[in-house]
Design a protein around this ligand. Sequence first.
Ligand SMILES: [Zn+2]
Length: 87
Amino acid sequence: MRVMKVFCPECGSAANIRKTNRKDVHLSDLYCQCSDVECSHSFVLNVTFSHTISPSAKTGNGLVRSLLNLIQPKDRQMALDLLQGRV
Ligand SMILES: [Zn+2]
């Protein structure tokens, strides 16, 4: 697993994340401090969600289940036949 690396915008040295303030499911403030003792710049980064590359298996299953629940009972066999390529 890769770990997020943060660099000081003043001197370019590696910085440490001291605190994460999760403001929203899609937005966090990262409180960072430069690891170079001669710099010691402290700063805040905004980290925002951008987009999904592969959907969550948890929400994906929920989506399929909710869609299947919308199908009328009489149409379920037809849906199964379509999924199995029998139509
Ligand atoms: Zn620095």
